[in-house]
Design a binder for this molecule. Structure first.
Ligand code: SAH
Ligand code: SF4
Length: 373
C-alpha cells in the first residue's frame, strides 16, 4: 500500500486521476499530511467526502499509530511507542527545549531507524534485541509526524530538529534513512538541523556524503582505542577507529558540516583520564564537538554511569574541546534508546501485535508514565 509521506508525486497523481481528481490535489494532500490536527483522510475537510474514502482505501495516511505515550521532564519530553503496520514497535521521543540565552527554542524529535539493532553494543537496550527489521522511509517520517502532533497536543512545537538516535543503526538502513531525510527536507526542515548518528558504518557514511544533503553527522565513538572500542561497539572489528575517523573527516570536508563525537560515559569502563586525553586529541584533529552521555542503566548489564568524581575528571581531560553533557532527558521514563520498549515487554504490557495492555493511552486521564517506573 502507498504511504502518503513518501509516495512520489506521480503515484499520488495516478491515484487521484483514477478517481477523477485533479493533480493539484496532490499538493493539498501533502500539506494536510503535516497538519498536526489531521490524523486521517476523513479529517481533510477540503477534500470531497467520496475522495477521502477512496484515498483511505489506497493510501496509508500514516504508517505509525501511537500505542503509548510517556511524559517526563516536567512535561517537556514525550516518549512515544510507535506501532508500525505489522505490529512491530519502535520508540520516538519529542523534546522541547525552551529558549535560553542566545539560543532560540527547539523542538527535537528523536526517531528510530530500525526495529532492534544488529550492532549489539553491550550498554544498549536496543542492541540486546538484535535486529528484527529495518524501518521504511515512511515509517521514519511518520514518527516525526506523530511526534509533531503529540507536541501540538501539549501546546509545544513546531518541530525544529530531527535526530536519528532512537532504536537502530540508520546507516545499516541507509537507503530508507536517506529517503526519509530527503522527505523531511521537502517538508520544510533544514538539512542542517537533521542529525544522523552512527556507530561507524564506513560505507554508509560515504553513501550519505554522496546525497549532497548538509546533514549533521554524529559518530558514536565511546572509546579512543580499538581494544576498548571492539568491546563497546562490536562493529569496530569490521570498521576500526582509523577508518571511521577518516570517513568522518571526509564527510565534513565534502559536506562542510561539523562532526560530533558521542561518548556514552560508563563508570570504570571508558571514563579514565587516559581515554579523555585521547578523545581530546581526536576531537581536536577532527574539529569535532563532543557529546558526553552518562550511561543509563539497562537490565542485564552491570554497567552504569560514572561516579561524579570520575565524570568531573573525564570532562576536565577534555579541555580545549567543545563539549556538551547531554541531560538524560526522559530519565524518569526509561530514557535511553530501546529502554521504554524493553521495560514494557518485560512487564508483558506490550502484546505481540504491538498494542499495549492495561495502561495509559495517549491523552488518557491520569496517565503520567507509560512504564510506570
Ligand atoms: N545506532 C546509532 C544511533 C542510535 S543509538 C548509534 O549508535 O549512534 C543513539 C545513541 O544512544 C548512541 O550514541 C548510543 O551510544 C546512545 N545509547 C545507547 N544506549 C545507551 C545507554 N544505555 N545510556 C546512554 N546512552 C545510550
Ligand atoms: Fe545499535 Fe546504536 Fe544501540 Fe549500538 S548504540 S546497539 S549501534 S542502536
Amino acid at each position: 500500500m502507498l504511504a502518503l509521506s513518501t509516495a512520489h508525486d506521480t503515484a499520488l497523481c495516478d491515484v487521484l486521476a483514477a478517481h477523477g481528481a485533479p493533480a493539484w490535489r496532490a499538493r493539498q494532500l501533502r500539506r494536510a499530511a503535516w497538519r498536526p490536527q489531521v490524523s486521517s483522510f476523513a479529517e481533510i475537510a477540503d477534500l470531497p467526502v467520496a475522495l477521502r474514502q477512496a484515498l483511505a482505501e489506497e493510501i496509508r495516511f500514516s504508517t505509525v499509530t501511537v500505542a503509548g505515550e510517556s511524559p517526563a521532564d516536567q512535561g517537556l519530553t514525550f516518549k512515544l511507542l510507535a506501532r508500525l503496520p505489522d505490529g512491530a514497535t519502535v520508540e520516538t521521543v519529542a523534546m522541547e527545549t525552551p529558549a535560553r540565552g542566545q539560543s532560540g527554542r527547539r523542538s527535537t524529535i528523536c526517531v528510530s531507524s530500525q526495529v532492534g539493532c544488529a550492532v549489539g553494543c553491550p550498554f544498549c537496550a536496543t542492541g540486546q534485541l538484535g535486529l528484527i527489521r529495518s524501518c521504511s522511509a515512511a515509517e521514519i517520517v511518520d514518527q516525526v509526524r506523530a511526534a509533531a502532533a503529540a507536541l501540538t497536543r501539549h501546546g509545544l512545537g513546531p518541530v525544529t530538529h530531527v535526530v536519528y538516535m532512537g532504536m537502530g543503526e540508520p546507516l545499516l538502513n541507509s537507503e530508507a534513512t536517506i529517503e526519509s531525510l530527503r522527505t523531511l527536507v521537502r517538508a520544510g526542515l533544514s538539512a542542517r538541523r537533521l542529525t544522523v548518528s552512527t556507530s561507524g558504518v564506513v560505507p554508509g557514511i560515504e553513501r550519505l556524503a554522496t546525497t549532497g544533503l548538509p546533514v549533521t553527522l554524529a559518530i558514536s565513538l565511546h572509546a579512543a582505542t580499538d581494544d576498548l572500542r571492539d568491546r563497546l561497539v562490536p562493529l569496530n572489528r569490521a570498521y576500526p577507529l582509523e577508518q571511521v575517523l577518516a570517513a568522518g573527516t571526509r564527510y565534513v570536508t565534502t559536506r562542510g558540516r561539523r562532526l560530533t563525537f558521542e561518548w556514552c560515559l560508563i563508570g570504570g569502563v571508558n571514563d579514565s583520564l587516559e581515554q579523555a586525553r585521547m578523545l581530546r586529541n581526536l576531537a581536536r584533529e577532527a574539529h569535532a564537538h563532543v557529546n558526553v552521555i552518562p550511561m543509563n542503566r539497562i537490565d542485564g548489564s552491570p554497567w552504569g554511569p560514572p561516579s561524579p568524581a570520575a565524570a568531573r575528571r573525564f570532562l576536565a581531560g577534555l579541555d580545549g574541546v567543545r563539549v556538551t553533557v547531554r541531560d538524560t532527558r526522559g530519565a524518569e521514563s526509561d530514557a535511553a534508546c530501546g529502554q521504554l520498549r524493553a521495560a514494557l515487554e518485560r512487564r508483558r504490557e506490550l502484546r505481540a501485535d504491538g498494542t499495549l495492555g492495561p495502561m495509559k493511552r495517549p491523552g488518557a486521564p491520569g496517565s503520567r508514565h507509560a512504564a510506570g517506573s
